[in-house]
Design a protein around this ligand. Structure first.
Ligand SMILES: Cc1cc2nc3c(=O)[nH]c(=O)nc-3n(C[C@H](O)[C@H](O)[C@H](O)COP(=O)(O)OP(=O)(O)OC[C@H]3O[C@@H](n4cnc5c(N)ncnc54)[C@H](O)[C@@H]3O)c2cc1C
Length: 396
């Protein structure tokens, strides 16, 4: 199997296939294992956690669980009341109507290091897929920007929203830009005003409201077990700066319009825009942005891919953001796809199913569950338009 893209979906799939004894090679366009910047935390609900348990070796899955934050309990709303910041509302994160799926925060760099561990010989960095050919003998040939080719029985597009595999295979599926942006960053917890952290607590997220508008979302990640201690206990061979340098942090998101973000989308430039947008917020909130790690700031374009009618199965398929998008839970969907596709391909490898039937079975579940409606707000209205996407990404 050729997997295109070493993101959360592609690596979870590769781990599952490798565990099932299936030959897998992952081609990743980025140059090295640290990967591109795409947010620093993932709210991991039962879909992502189930995929970790199913696809990863037990010690990897145990390390991933050990290094998450505690379960999210509630989403707070905070606002200035008589010049003082105060909690003015809350929503439970227990999965009840209007809330979000219960889950825990995972650090994206730590998770990525765990997912890559053991796949070192199967991942080829610096390999950008540009297209593929379906061959007469039923195999697929992948073509890369540097002229390289490789063939396999199955090609999986797991290369995220810009997917060349999707563009060639499902060319009618557009990516629709909603015009909304989210400026995302993270601040070491040691640099956050302790009074603010006391108000939010370690297991809640919070949105900062000004005149009824959501101006910032905040989500702490306090590791349940220090990543270095978990590594020494569970995966001592895992040698990665993502683990040795990990520390507790507060993630933040500032909603912005497309025109607020300049052409310069470098982390420093985006951080400066976020600082500007936060200038009228309470000093303790504003300082969260000012004290951030500038190099981790990221402007996220919010897009969507409409659900496509079924297509006949072939040796080419897609998982994750390459075929469906969800700002706050896309990683969980990508990992759910990875778990299901690995299971289907293992059934084929075991002689229990024909290849195309196995891929068709996976794609049916992907189309069914990959396009869930967004969570409804407690007032029954669909979220959106007041910055809820930012809240969605930090997750309750
Ligand atoms: C700031 C932010 C916060 C988020 N928070 C959450 C959250 O809390 N919970 C959640 O569930 N989701 C969250 N998401 C969404 C989540 O990050 C994505 O849905 C998820 O990463 C999708 O995984 P993927 O494996 O499909 O694709 P990606 O993670 O995008 O990985 C694709 C990989 O393919 C590589 N690639 C791209 N093109 C090529 C090519 N041509 N050839 C080879 N390789 C290629 C890329 O370099 C990348 O490594 C968040 C997203 C952002 C931006």
């Amino acid at each position: 199997v050729i997997v295109v893209g070493a993101g959360v979906g592609g690596l979870t799939l590769a781990q599952g296939l490798s565990g099932a004894g299936i030959d897998v090679v992952v081609y990743e366009k980025d140059d090295g294992p640290l990967g591109r910047l795409q947010g620093i935390a993932i709210h991991m609900d039962e879909r992502g956690r189930s995929a970790l348990q199913a696809n990863l070796p037990a010690d990897h899955a145990a390390m991933a669980e050990a290094t998450m934050g505690g379960p999210r309990e509630q989403a707070l709303q905070i606002a200035e009341v008589d010049g003082e910041l105060a909690v003015v509302g809350s929503r439970s994160s227990d999965g009840s109507a209007g809330g979000v799926r219960p889950g825990r925060q995972a650090s994206r760099p730590v998770l990525r290091a765990i997912l890559l561990h053991g796949l070192e010989d199967s991942v080829r960095f610096g390999a950008e897929l540009v297209g593929y050919e379906l061959e007469g003998d039923g195999t697929v040939t992948a073509r890369f920007a540097d002229g390289r080719t490789d063939s396999a029985d199955v090609l999986v597009g797991a290369e995220g929203v810009g997917s060349p595999v999707r563009r060639q295979y499902v060319p009618q599926a557009p990516v629709i830009d909603t015009g909304k942006r989210m400026l995302m960053g993270a601040t070491p917890l040691r640099a956050v005003d302790p009074a603010l952290m006391e108000m939010i607590g370690p297991r809640s997220s919070a949105t900062v409201q000004v005149d009824g508008a959501m101006r910032m979302a905040l989500g702490p990640l306090l590791f349940e077990e220090a990543p270095v201690a978990a590594r020494d206990r569970l995966l001592p061979a895992l040698d990665s700066p993502a683990v040795s340098e990990a520390e507790d942090y507060l993630m933040w998101a500032v909603p912005a319009s497309a025109d607020a973000v300049t052409d310069d989308r470098s982390p420093e430039a985006v951080w400066q825009v976020a600082r500007k947008l936060a200038t009228d917020l309470a000093p303790t909130v504003r300082s969260v942005v000012n004290e951030a790690w500038p190099e981790l700031t990221y402007a996220h374009r919010i897009g969507m891919i409409p659900k496509q009618p079924p297509w006949p199965a072939s040796p080419v398929t897609l998982i994750g953001d390459a075929i469906h998008l969800a700002p706050g839970f896309g990683a969980n969907l990508a990992m759910q796809d990875a778990e299901r596709l690995a299971e289907s391909l293992a059934a084929y490898a075991a002689g229990e199913q024909e290849l195309l039937a196995a891929i068709a079975a996976y794609e049916e579940t992907m189309r069914r569950d990959g396009y869930p409606p967004p969570p409804t707000a407690p007032d029954g209205k669909a979220p959106g338009g007041r910055g809820e996407e930012a809240e969605d990404v930090v997750r309750q």
